[in-house]
Design a protein around this ligand. Structure first.
Ligand code: C2G
Length: 129
């Protein structure tokens, strides 16, 4: 069984997120999503529209997702890769190079982001209506 992990906030879940998760699952058989907690986001100066609990429930409803765990710190990735016996770490290519330090532990894949859509754009477009 090939095990895959990805990380993110996944706020205002949209088709760019879904396409990313779909392509993550194409990399293996079991997909772990490490979901940024509200506290972790606060540390990034981000406040999500939906709470961690609501974002977690939405992700767990997606057919590609097998397990959702909390992302609480920037530096938990090596321990997560070891703990969940991860074969492939996947992120969108806005993160290209940022996680190459994991290459000693697992394959690292950066996938092209879906153009034109983002949580920020959704918020801005709605605010300007
Ligand atoms: N994404 C995408 N296409 C978009 C928007 C997002 O492929 N149009 C991808 C991002 O590249 C990321 C994932 O969807 O891999 C989740 O995006 P965010 O929720 O914005 O995650 P981010 O804020 O980048 O948090 O430790 C890493 C961080 O938790 C990543």
């Amino acid at each position: 069984m090939r095990r895959v992990i990805t990380y993110g906030t996944f706020d205002l879940l949209h088709y760019g997120h879904i396409r990313l998760l779909q392509r993550c699952k194409e990399q293996g058989d079991y997909l772990v999503v490490a979901l940024s907690t509200d506290e972790f986001n606060a540390g990034k100066g981000k406040e999500s529209f939906f709470s961690y609990t609501d974002r977690k429930n939405m992700l767990e409803a997606i057919r590609y997702v097998d397990l959702v765990i909390p992302e609480e710190t920037w530096d938990q990735k090596e321990a997560d890769v070891d703990r969940f016996h991860i074969d492939t770490f996947v992120m969108g290519d806005d993160w290209t190079g940022e996680f190459d330090f994991l290459k000693g532990r697992c394959e690292v894949v950066y996938l092209p982001r879906t153009p034109e859509i983002s949580t920020t754009r959704i918020k801005n477009d709605l605010a300007s209506q």
